[in-house]
Ligand binder design. Structure first.
Ligand code: APR
Length: 232
């Protein structure tokens, strides 16, 4: 009889990709220091100046082609030898995929995909190439990044909440837990589900006690693996 692995859910944010060279959003020097988030990552920004938004994501997509997963992504994938792992990520990069994690749910969309600007239909893979102005989706509308912008619904949040509610272990890696509804997922973990948080900053989350691993993702995930696998 196959052993049934414990379900480990990893809720990841920009911090897990920081050591791959991708800027986080709210750290000093982060993306939101360089850009006005409401101009480049919101539905209003798209309506006001779609070419600026297009350029912002074309630049990030081009950068993604030049970076690689780091040890934290790889360790998370390696934990699949010991746990039934699902990654619920706020990140739009494809570094979890490239590190061979096998179950990944993107809450905020995917940089390497594009779709209709009328609704969320017609999703196509575009890899790392830019979306040109005038390029059409299958419904004839302007092709847009397949990203969930501020001011838009998060279609996967219900599925993500169900996944977290079934977790035997919840690991939160590299997210400031600033943005809802994603941050609210932590509250869906059962009361007896241990929560580990890997982040070099002091992250507080009201109402749940967590085991804090105050380290960068790469060393923090090494430590977590020892705690969960080598000396459970
Ligand atoms: N290793 C681990 N964590 C790190 C590292 C690192 N090397 N460097 C920074 N961090 C942590 C920061 O301390 C912070 O807690 O990563 C977190 C990054 O937080 P944010 O920049 O707010 O990123 P995130 O939480 O993913 O943002 C959520 O906000 O802008 C929107 O849609 C965007 O998905 C994004 C969402």
């Amino acid at each position: 009889m196959a052993t049934t692995f414990k379900k480990l859910v990893a809720l990841t944010g920009a911090g897990i990709s920081a050591e791959s060279g991708i800027n986080t959003f709210r750290d000093s020097g982060g993306l939101w220091e360089q850009y006005d988030v409401m101009e480049v990552a919101s539905i209003d920004g798209w309506r006001k100046n779609p070419q600026l938004v297009q350029r912002f994501y074309n630049e990030r997509r081009q950068q993604l082609a030049e970076v690689a997963p780091n040890a934290a992504h790889h360790i998370l994938a390696e934990l699949e030898a010991h746990f039934d792992v699902t990654v619920v990520t706020q990140n739009v990069d494809n570094l979890h995929e490239r590190a061979q994690s096998s179950k990944i749910l993107h809450l905020h969309g995917e940089l390497t995909k594009a779709r209709s600007s009328v609704d969320s239909s017609g999703v196509v893979d575009i890899g790392y190439r830019p979306i040109e102005w005038g390029e059409k989706a299958s419904d004839g509308s302007q092709l847009r990044p397949h990203i969930v912008w501020f001011g838009e619904a998060v279609p996967m949040i219900g599925k993500a909440a169900d996944i977290v509610a079934k977790a035997d272990i919840l690991v939160v890696i590299g997210t400031s837990l600033n943005v809802y509804p994603a941050a609210g997922l932590v509250a869906h973990a059962r009361n007896n589900t241990p929560i580990y948080l890997v982040d070099p900053s002091e992250i507080s989350y009201p109402g749940r006690n967590m085991t804090m691993i105050r380290e960068k993702a790469t060393s923090g995930m090494e430590k977590l693996k020892r705690m969960l696998v080598e000396q459970p």
